[in-house]
Design a binder for this molecule. Sequence first.
Ligand SMILES: [Fe+2]
Length: 307
Amino acid sequence: MSIARRQFLRYAGFAGPAAFVAVISKARSQSASAQVAEVPFKLPLKPNSVRFAVIGDTGTGEIPQFEIAQEMQHFHAAFPFEFVLMLGDNIYGKNDVNGFKQKFEDPYQPLLRSGIKFYATLGNHDDPNQRLYKPFNMDGKRFYTFKKGDAQFFALDSNYLTPEQLIWIQNELSSSSAKWKVCFFHHPLYSNARFHGPDLDLRKQLEPILQQYGANVVLNGHEHVYERVQPQHGIQYFVLGSGGQLRNGDLRSSRDTAKGFDSDRAFALMEVAGEELYFQVISARRQTVDSGVLTKMNAVAAVSGKN
Ligand SMILES: [Fe+2]
């Protein structure tokens, strides 16, 4: 798709040293109603890019989860992502051997067999002992970080945002030299879904740190819909909590919603390539519901700049 065909949604109205992000997207509607693009956006597959998938609220072990897993497998052939971020509520119900098998290992078996790694964060339905489950790659920790190419990923436990964790994320973000700092945790700071809404307490504690120390992208679950919120203080927020189940029609109309989709389940594919982060959100019916590219401008200078 040519640049000329895309709608440029430029975000400039924020202050502070957080990353500058411009969103270039073909998403034209700010309504929360379901609108799908008929022609899939083609992710660029640039050399040495970081390719990953994102799912949230998946762990039911039921058919809707398997259907999304199958779509992920389908798109992996064209877009060979290396790993998957899990945004919490990974295993509903008992976190025993059967639970892990039926609600994780079985649905994602083809991807696991291909060597794709999953990185989990804890949701409100998850037993904290999931951090010890090797295939979740949490290294026994409730919060952790890892690097891939130009990106660094920061998993938080938004169930218990302890002072220790706040200090940790502040230190990790401030010492990171990654071009892209991607945070992922379960509860959204921004959401226009009716069932839960935004976690304002969490926002109050976490947002100043994310903003000051240069987080670029935040990925959340919890709400069983898809939503891309308009950038807030230079940070791009995504809600991707419909990877296994759906709360149909749960999004309320808001000017803060850059794109909303609440009529089917969805997952995201993302590609970090230098100064750009491309994304494509795909429904269980294999429709592209949102796509675009985030562009960093002066992010590193901004992070090290003055308040
Ligand atoms: Fe949840």
